[in-house]
Design a protein around this ligand. Structure first.
Ligand code: GLY
Length: 391
């Protein structure tokens, strides 16, 4: 845990450091498109190098998002070609319904296809993203008012939402904007309300997942999948809560979400170790030999920078400075500096760490992961220009 004084003693990054880190990241992405032009890196690296994936996981949208961010940075036409080629793959995936029976349509289609539509007017990107939004709509459970994360819709053992899904909601707000049909945003608002009502605990930590009764929709219990234990705060889940509440406020204007943002963000900041790079779960603190999750750090940074746009000046200044300090810590400890070191951008992420008290499969521990790479670039981009968000 750190005090406010410890946080404020940590140095801020200079503009030069931020710009240089973003240039390095964009150059690495450019180089990595040689390997991943019409295919994608797997969700996480092995020994810091990603193998190839062919658009079947929940994570491929992050790579295309990185390519778009690199394109925004340096305007290289080959990056645009690569991203648009990947958009074809996303359209094919949703048209053929390949591994899309889950809720992660936003993670897949927002940084890839919504971004393509925003940046180039791509009609294929628009079509694919709208089909993905329609697909996500099929996962709304009326009893309980939430989007079911995983599994078949009639599977009683899967009757739950997960905190990560807050990041899938912007796709639905976008679909309403583009089509003029408010059914998408109505469902998104209902899901966000349910999630916020149940995942945030009294001490401002968060549950990863929350079960409901399939017969009545009544709340049942919070359970972890990727956190250390049911009652702990999984660092990335807490970070999804930070960015998710900032976006929830941006999309709905509901002021209750500002308060949720403050609660989950303050918990995150206070529970950071002294060097500001989060361990994968807040059960672990300064001096622990457990792995870090750099991706949780950069997701939280993006959420704080987003919310700072809508906070009173004092608070905006505080969260912006905290975000910059966390980003500097992550840059200094985790940024990839050369293609020899890794074909990712950010070291020391943790996808899923198996413990006796959680239910995930072990994988991607102390490795790069594509969402860590993507949100690292997004965080740097946010600090270099008035970035129009894809979410
Ligand atoms: N959304 C899954 C994860 O953060 O691992």
């Amino acid at each position: 845990m750190i005090t406010r004084e410890q946080l404020e003693n940590y140095p801020l990054p200079t503009d030069e450091e931020i710009n240089s880190a973003l240039d390095t990241a964009a150059e690495l992405v450019k180089k990595n498109t040689d390997e991943f032009f019409d295919c994608f890196p797997k969700a996480n690296s092995e020994n810091n190098f990603y193998g190839k994936s062919y658009n079947t996981d929940w994570t491929e949208g992050f790579w295309t998002g990185e390519v778009w961010l690199a394109y925004e940075r340096c305007g290289d036409e080959r990056l645009k070609e690569a991203a648009l080629c990947q958009v074809e793959s996303f359209l094919n995936r949703i048209e053929k319904h390949i591994n899309v029976d889950h809720h992660d349509m936003g993670f897949l289609y927002t940084p890839s296809c919504v971004a393509a539509y925003m940046l180039t007017g791509s009609e294929k990107g628009k079509k694919a993203a709208l089909m993905a939004a329609d697909n996500l709509m099929m996962r709304f459970q009326e009893k309980g008012q939430f989007f079911q994360a995983w599994g078949a819709m009639d599977d009683r053992d899967n009757y739950r939402l997960i905190i990560d899904c807050l990041m899938n909601m912007p796709l639905l707000f976008w679909a309403s904007e583009v089509t003029g049909d408010s059914r998408y945003s109505d469902k998104a608002k209902a899901h966000i309300k349910t999630a916020m009502d149940y995942v945030v605990r009294e001490d401002n930590s968060t549950y990863h997942t929350y079960f409901f009764d399939p017969d009545t929709g009544a709340s049942v219990r919070g359970v972890t999948n990727q956190g250390n234990r049911d009652g702990s705060a999984w660092a990335r889940g807490q970070a999804w809560g930070i960015y998710g509440s900032a976006l929830a406020y941006e999309k709905t204007g509901n002021e209750a979400y500002i308060d949720i943002f403050r609660r989950v963000t303050d918990y995150f900041i206070e529970h950071l170790p002294e060097d500001l790079v989060p361990y994968w779960d807040f059960d672990f603190d300064t001096g622990s030999s457990e792995p870090r999750d750099s991706s949780a750090g950069v997701i939280a940074v993006c959420g704080m920078l987003e919310m700072a746009k809508r906070l009173p000046e004092n608070e905006a200044r505080y969260y912006t400075a905290a975000a910059k300090r966390i980003l500097k810590a992550v840059m200094d400890m985790c940024a990839v500096e050369s293609a020899q070191q890794s074909n990712g951008l950010l070291l020391h992420g943790t996808y899923a760490r198996k413990t006796p008290t959680n239910s995930c499969h072990n994988g991607g521990v102390d490795e790069c992961n594509t969402w860590g790479d993507y949100f690292y670039m997004e965080a740097l981009t946010r600090l270099t220009k008035n970035w129009e968000l894809y979410w």
